[in-house]
Design a protein around this ligand. Structure first.
Ligand code: ATP
Ligand code: MG
Length: 169
């Protein structure tokens, strides 16, 4: 369906903000984080499967939390080029070793088995995310510096709708 991406992205991130608010203040179990949003103010409408898209962002956000120390900042961006919308999610976490970057979207691949096992998970999240994004004609990729940061990018094809064209005329 045709979806307002600004709204949907905000909705997904709101749920992550809510999870923090709803936990007891002295909770040692859950990791803390703060989310920074940097969105274009222009409304971006894209043709996507909402449920599948939510699954993708949920996995990338959960990874950003899971593979970062307590108290990290997660920066979420939304911008457009003339032909694509681009979403990005940056964390200040463990990062991904250079040699592993090419495998991160493979099924069951996890960086350093020992490190990942302690965190729980199957190693399927990103493989599924890639499938979903490519099904929508988009691309997903990552930039990372080990022990410092990771940024996941998603681009989706986008055409300006008539209203936007009128605005600019
Ligand atoms: P699942 O998502 O199935 O519960 P998972 O999180 O291990 O398990 P993926 O989401 O596919 O699986 O991620 C694959 C691997 O990539 C992870 O095990 C982790 O080693 C690495 N990884 C993913 N995201 C990050 C990140 N933001 N920072 C550092 N490493 C990451
Ligand atoms: Mg995951």
């Amino acid at each position: 369906e045709l979806v307002n991406l600004n709204e949907l992205y905000n909705y997904i991130l709101d749920r992550f903000d809510m999870m923090l608010k709803n936990e007891p203040e002295d909770s040692k179990k859950n990791k803390h984080y703060s989310i920074k949003r940097d969105f274009t103010r222009r409304e971006l409408w894209v043709e996507i499967d909402t449920d599948k898209f939510i699954q993708v962002i949920d996995n990338i956000m959960n990874n950003a939390i899971k593979y970062s120390p307590d108290g990290g900042v997660i920066t979420c961006r939304l911008l457009e080029t003339h032909s694509h919308v681009i979403l990005s999610i940056s964390d200040q976490g463990l990062g991904i070793p250079k040699k592993d970057i090419g495998h991160i979207f493979d099924r069951f691949f996890r960086v350093d088995k020992a490190r990942s096992r302690a965190q729980g998970g199957t190693g399927l999240g990103l493989a599924i995310s890639k499938e979903v994004i490519e099904m929508h004609g988009g691309r997903i990729w990552v930039d990372s510096i080990e022990n410092k940061e990771s940024t996941f990018y998603i681009s989706l094809p986008y055409q300006e709708y008539e209203e936007d064209l009128w605005d600019e005329a």
